[in-house]
Design a protein around this ligand. Structure first.
Ligand code: SAM
Length: 257
């Protein structure tokens, strides 16, 4: 994603109240940041932020955090956040995915979105940079994330990601689609254009198939390790028990937006 370096980016980042300048400070207590007990969902590499702003607008019972390492792009995303409704719970972090453990404790985040991340086509040279490489999956595992929602237009990246998730026994993949918008059995109905990212909108308009999968933390039949661990503790810590039942009581499954 190309965004010209703009001299006012630093000023804008400093002025936008939706941008969290000290994310380390909220590690393990993000409910204090949001001042509610809603479950928390995180999008990494959010780009210009169309998806997260729309999802937060529509689902005020969920807290959304967007992380993006490019400051000018993050500034553009957070600008959209300012236009979201008053009820939306949205926060933005200007940082790299590799820093997630500094900002989040296990159980802080229930769902993670990885959408149209850079494919880094030269597998031999760049595979380690892909956000679905085993080294990143291990990092998400340590955060005890219940579910990862992954979408891409890149078939090779999708195949690589399937391999990476399969190689780590921790993940249970569901609702795998090789053409999301033509596939009525996928997790999202065909033609449903709600909450597309900027890249998704572009690829769908070109007729490019969209690949998608959901990867669930495997312990206890889809619950994360952290949730599994707390089964014997009564009550479970709030940060750990928060999501699936609250989110989607009918199916018991964490809802994707
Ligand atoms: C191809 S764009 C897709 C943007 C958006 N998800 C979309 O679908 O429209 C990938 C984005 O991820 C960001 N990104 C790539 N690697 C990252 C990392 N390690 N940490 C944070 N952001 C990253 C890039 O700066 C870029 O904005």
């Amino acid at each position: 994603m190309r965004v010209r370096r703009k001299p006012w980016t630093a000023g804008e980042l400093a002025a936008n109240p939706k941008i969290v300048r000290d994310p380390e400070q909220w590690k393990g207590r993000w409910h204090g940041y949001f001042k509610n007990e809603n479950p928390i969902q995180l999008e990494i590499g959010c780009g210009k932020g169309q998806f997260i702003a729309a999802a937060a607008d529509a689902y005020p019972q969920t807290n959304f955090i967007a992380l993006e390492r490019n400051p000018a792009i993050l500034a553009a995303a957070a600008r959209k956040g300012l236009q979201a409704s008053e009820n939306a719970h949205l926060a933005y972090i200007n940082s790299d995915v590799k820093n997630l453990p500094a900002y989040f404790a296990p159980g802080d985040i229930q769902a993670l979105y990885i959408q149209f991340c850079d494919p880094w086509p030269n597998k031999k040279k760049w595979a380690k940079r892909r956000l679905t490489h085993a080294r990143f999956l291990e990092l998400y595992r340590q955060l005890a994330i219940d579910v990862i929602f992954f979408k891409t237009d890149d078939r090779k990246l999708f195949e690589f990601s399937l391999e990476q998730f399969s190689e780590q026994a921790r993940w249970l993949m569901k609702n795998i689609s090789l053409d999301l918008y033509a596939d009525t059995n996928a997790g999202q109905p065909a033609g449903d254009a709600r909450f597309m990212t900027e890249y998704e909108e572009k690829f769908v308009s070109l007729g490019t198939p969209i690949y998608r999968l959901e990867a669930y933390g495997k312990a206890l039949g889809g619950l994360s390790d952290e949730r599994a661990k707390c089964q014997d503790q009564k009550p479970c810590p709030a940060s750990v028990v928060s999501s699936p039942e609250k989110q989607n009581p009918e199916s018991g499954k964490l809802k994707q937006f």
